[in-house]
Design a protein around this ligand. Structure first.
Ligand SMILES: Cc1cc2nc3c(=O)[nH]c(=O)nc-3n(C[C@H](O)[C@H](O)[C@H](O)COP(=O)(O)O)c2cc1C
Length: 367
């Protein structure tokens, strides 16, 4: 199966060319008919299945996945200033094994790349490392508005934002930069904002903010002040300490966040079969892993988040949880829903299996 993002081309080439897709698009009216109505962040949607921040680089990608029947569409993370992408290549398949992400006690585990042809969809894991590139604001703000116009009834546009850390800058300044990007995204048509606090492919600190209750508090307050009634979510990575999960959920809810999306990619050292660093460039031995090999971690994290929400006696309408990680087929969406996810998103799965939303909806109707 070929992905909609061409992994043999650079990020810029993919951005310009748009998604690669061959095949018939589903009849959305027929596909959505008979699905139970779902409420999400105050809106009624066809479903709460979507694509997380990343695979949808711009409005052309959003349009394709809206046409394919994904209803919760997240625009890839943008910044308040133009930012370059890490060098090519940015995506490589890797080999994982059950529980790999728990190994290494303090150090990161090492994974080895494998060829795409060797890998069946059900076991496809990749490393991706882009470094959260951003078009200049004047480009992405217009493009977000275009993306919004292309959505079908019962679909929602979320825009992912990140602040850009300045050398010697304070956490308050970083929070203000997140909030400015969020305000621009809202103006451009975003119906909800997602603040990315967890990209492992940067060396400047934005990637580990989700582990700091103080950062979660300051960024949430800055976003709330700027966004008013527009909902916003925080994107977390995998957390293995139960007490910290409880603390982060409490602080996020108290500081005005509408909910959380988890998990982001899990960092690992990635080498090729000759033991060379797989992705070129300084600081890129470690990169984020996603796809089938993080599903176990994603499900574990979601159940911890649901547990933390229950302890606070919050309802899904008061604090919304999106499960992400390793959903490769329509059937696997139910694994997250059964654990209490309000929404489910598939990144790697949706790239290699663009019919995932159709398959999920057909299964959902069978019951
Ligand atoms: C190609 C690609 C690019 C990504 N870029 C971003 C990004 O810009 N911002 C972000 O928050 N997460 C990004 N992610 C992480 C995804 O949103 C998601 O958390 C992760 O891939 C786990 O989901 P999956 O196993 O379904 O792929 C990216 C993932 C992929 C595959």
């Amino acid at each position: 199966m070929k992905p909609t993002y061409n992994t043999t081309l650079s990020y810029d080439e993919n951005y310009r060319a748009g998604p690669e897709f061959e095949g018939a698009l589903p009849d959305l009216v027929a596909l959505n008919k008979g699905l139970p109505e779902v409420k999400f962040l105050g809106r009624t949607l066809n479903s709460t299945l979507g694509v997380p921040a990343g695979p949808l680089l711009n409005s052309a990608y959003i349009q394709l996945y809206a046409d394919l029947g994904f209803d919760l569409l997240t625009y890839k993370t943008v910044r308040t200033k133009a930012y370059p992408c890490h060098p090519f290549p940015n995506v490589r398949p890797v080999e994982t094994w059950p529980g790999w992400y728990l190994m290494g006690s303090g150090d990161k585990p090492t994974l080895i790349t494998r060829s795409e042809e060797q890998t069946a969809l059900a076991e496809l894991s990749i490393t991706n490392s882009f470094g959260m590139p951003s078009q200049p604001p004047e480009i992405w703000r217009d493009d977000v508005s275009r993306a919004k116009v292309g959505l079908h009834p019962g679909q929602m546009l979320v825009v992912s934002v990140v602040g850009t850390a300045q050398p010697g800058g304070s956490l308050e300044e970083l929070a203000a930069d997140y909030a400015l990007a969020a305000a621009w995204a809202k103006e451009a048509g975003a119906e909800a904002i997602e603040a990315n606090l967890s990209c492992p492919n940067v060396c400047s600190g934005e990637g580990s903010l989700f582990q700091s209750p103080e950062a979660v508090r300051l960024i949430s307050i800055a976003l709330k002040n700027r966004l008013g009634s527009t909902p916003f979510l925080l994107k977390l990575g995998f957390l293995n300490q139960l007490a910290l999960v409880d603390e982060i959920v409490r602080v996020a809810a108290e500081s005005g966040a509408s909910g959380l999306a988890a998990i982001n990619t899990i960092p690992a050292k990635v080498r090729d079969v000759q033991q060379h660093q797989a992705l070129p460039g300084e600081g890129r031995l470690v990169s984020g892993i996603c796809g089938a090999g993080i599903k176990e971690a994603g499900l574990e994290m979601l159940s911890r988040l649901v547990g933390a929400r229950n302890k606070l006696l919050l309802t899904p309408a008061e604090f919304t949880l999106i499960g992400v990680g390793g959903v490769m087929t329509g059937l696997e969406v139910f694994d997250y829903l059964k654990l209490g996810a309000d929404g489910v998103q598939s990144g790697t799965g949706a790239m290699w299996n663009p019919w995932l939303a159709r398959d999920f909806k057909e299964l959902a109707k069978i019951g």
